[in-house]
Design a protein around this ligand. Structure first.
Ligand code: IFM
Length: 469
C-alpha cells in the first residue's frame, strides 16, 4: 500500500443515527416511530432488543461531543428523529425536540465539528405508517413539510442536509423482505415506497432551498450495491449482476440523477405492479441538483443466474419465517455466500469495490461530488483485562477502505469526505445490540464509553491526514 494524503478540505468524520443511539424514546415529547412498534413486536429483533435506551445519547450527548472533539473529528453525521421533532409526522413541532437538536448542533459547531444532518434514517412516525407509510404518496409531502420546518429551525447550524439514508433499505427491507420496520412482505408495496421516497427527496430538496436559498448544500445517502457475476465469462451471470444493479441501484440513481427509470426495471417488475404510482411530472420533481452524493459502502455481492433445477428461491417468495427476499423481480438471481474472510455481519471484505464504485459514479455522473457517508465493520469486540478494546481487524478494514478512497482521490475523483460507521456501538436494527460497529465501545449495562484501538488509529489519521501502509 502506498502512502496516501487527504488534503483539506477533505473531511474525516463519524456517523450515527437517531434510533440507533439516542434512547429516550418516551421522553421530551417524542412520538412513536415504526421502529418502536417493530422492535416491540415479539420475534422481530434478535433477543427482543429495542432502541428504548440504546447508547443513551439523548442524555449523554455532551460527553459524546467531547469524545468527538478528543478524536479530532472534522465532521459528524447524525440523524434527526422525525417523531421527536414532529410527533405524528404532521402539524406543530415539538419545541423540546427541536431544542435538543439545536443544542447538539451548537455544541458540535463549538467543538469545530461540521454537522452533516440526515432527515430520515428509517424512523417514520407511527401515525404515518397507519396511513400506509411510504406506500402512501402523502407521506412524501409530509416529509417535505418536515424538511422545510427543520431548515427554518436549524438553518445554518447544518453544513450538509441529507434528505434520506439508504432509501433502498426503507423500501425493500421494510416493505418487501419484512426484516426492517414496518415489516411488510409485499413487493408491489416496496416499489411504490421506493418511488415515494425519491419523490420525498425531490420535494424536500426544493423545500430546503426555498427556505435557505441555493447555497444550502443538499445530499442523499445511497447504499449502492457492487455486484459481480459468479463467472465473469458467463453471459447469464453477467445479466443477473446487471439486474441487481437495476433493482439495487438504478431504481434510485435513475430518477434522482438521470430523470428517468431504467426500462429494465419496468420489464423485471411488470408482473408485480402497473407502476401507476408514478404520476406525470414526478420525475421533474424528483430530479433536483444534488450538491454531494452520499455513498454508503460495506461489501460486494456475487450472483449467478438460477437454473431451473436449483433448489430454493432467492426471489420474492417467502422464506418460511415470515420474511422474504428484498430483491423484487429477481427470482432468477441467486446470491452466493461470501468466500474468504467476513466481518461479524457475515459480509465479505472487498475495498476494491469502494474504489470501483467511486470511480464509476464519477464517470457516469460527470464528476459529481461524492462523500463516503458510511463505511465500517462489525466485530465481536470485548473490553480486555487491560481495560482496552483491541480491534486490529477493524483497523485493517478501515485502513484498506481509506486506501481505496485515497486512490480514487488521487485519480481525480471529487471525494469530499469519509464518515466511519459508526462513532459508537449501537442498535443494529434487527440484530439488536449483538453487532458492534463502533470505533468507541459501549458497555450497555453502564453506558461506559471506551475508545477502541481503531478510534485511536483513526484520530491519528485525522490529525496527520496521512495514511501509511
Ligand atoms: O447500522 C446501519 C446503518 O443504520 C445504515 N447503514 C448500514 C449500517 C450497518 O448495517
Amino acid at each position: 500500500m502506498s502512502p496516501r494524503t487527504f488534503p483539506p478540505p477533505f473531511v474525516f468524520g463519524a456517523a450515527t443515527a437517531a434510533y440507533q443511539i439516542e434512547g429516550g424514546t418516551r421522553e421530551g415529547g417524542r412520538g412513536p416511530s415504526i421502529w418502536d412498534t417493530f422492535s416491540h413486536t415479539p420475534g422481530r429483533t434478535l433477543g427482543g432488543d429495542t432502541g428504548d435506551v440504546a447508547a443513551d445519547h439523548y442524555h449523554r450527548w455532551r460527553d459524546d461531543v467531547g469524545l468527538m472533539r478528543e478524536l479530532g473529528l472534522g465532521g459528524y453525521r447524525l440523524s434527526i428523529s422525525w417523531p421527536r421533532v414532529q410527533p405524528g409526522g404532521r402539524g406543530p413541532l415539538n419545541a423540546e425536540g427541536v431544542v435538543f437538536y439545536r443544542d447538539l448542533l451548537d455544541a458540535l459547531r463549538g467543538a469545530g465539528i461540521a454537522p452533516v444532518v440526515t432527515l430520515y434514517h428509517w424512523d417514520l412516525p407511527a401515525e404515518l405508517e397507519a396511513e400506509g407509510g411510504w406506500t402512501n404518496r402523502e407521506t412524501a409531502y409530509a416529509f417535505a413539510d418536515y424538511a422545510r420546518a427543520m431548515a427554518r429551525e436549524l438553518a445554518d447550524r447544518v453544513e450538509v442536509w441529507t434528505t434520506l439514508n439508504e432509501p433502498w433499505c426503507s423500501a425493500f427491507l421494510g416493505y418487501a423482505s419484512g426484516v426492517h420496520a414496518p415489516g411488510r412482505t409485499d413487493p408491489a408495496a416496496a416499489l411504490a415506497a421506493a418511488h415515494h421516497l425519491t419523490l420525498a427527496h425531490g420535494l424536500a430538496t426544493t423545500a430546503i432551498r426555498e427556505e435557505l436559498g441555493e447555497a444550502a448544500k443538499v445530499s442523499i445517502a445511497l447504499n449502492l450495491h457492487v455486484t459481480r457475476p459468479a463467472d465473469p465469462g458467463c453471459v447469464a451471470d453477467l445479466a443477473a449482476a446487471h439486474e441487481v444493479d437495476v433493482v439495487g441501484n438504478h431504481v434510485f440513481l435513475g430518477p434522482l440523477l438521470d430523470g428517468s427509470y431504467p426500462i429494465e426495471l419496468r420489464e423485471l417488475t411488470r408482473h408485480l405492479t402497473d407502476a401507476s404510482f408514478v404520476r406525470p411530472g414526478d420525475l421533474n420533481l424528483i430530479r433536483q441538483r444534488i450538491d454531494v452524493l452520499g455513498v454508503n459502502y460495506y461489501c460486494t455481492n456475487y450472483v449467478r443466474r438460477r437454473t431451473a433445477d436449483a433448489p430454493g428461491s432467492a426471489g420474492t417468495g417467502g422464506h418460511g419465517d415470515g420474511t422474504a427476499s428484498p430483491w423484487v423481480g429477481l427470482d432468477d438471481v441467486e446470491f452466493l455466500p461470501p468466500s474468504g474472510p467476513t466481518t461479524a455481519m457475515g459480509w465479505n471484505i472487498e475495498p476494491e469495490g469502494l474504489y470501483e464504485l467511486l470511480t464509476a459514479l464519477d464517470n457516469a455522473y460527470d464528476g459529481i461530488p461524492l462523500m463516503v457517508t458510511e463505511n465500517g465493520a462489525a466485530y465481536d469486540d470485548v473490553v480486555g483485562p487491560d481495560g482496552a478494546v483491541h480491534d486490529p481487524e477493524r483497523v485493517d478494514y478501515l485502513r484498506r477502505h481509506l486506501d481505496a478512497v485515497g486512490r480514487a482521490l488521487e485519480d481525480g475523483v471529487d471525494v469530499r469526505g469519509y464518515f466511519v460507521w459508526s462513532l459508537l456501538d449501537n442498535f443494529e436494527w434487527a440484530y439488536g445490540y449483538s453487532k458492534r460497529f463502533g470505533i468507541v465501545h459501549v458497555d450497555y449495562e453502564t453506558q461506559r464509553r471506551t475508545p477502541k484501538d481503531s478510534a485511536r488509529w483513526y484520530a491519528e489519521l485525522v490529525r496527520t491526514r496521512q495514511l501509511r501502509g
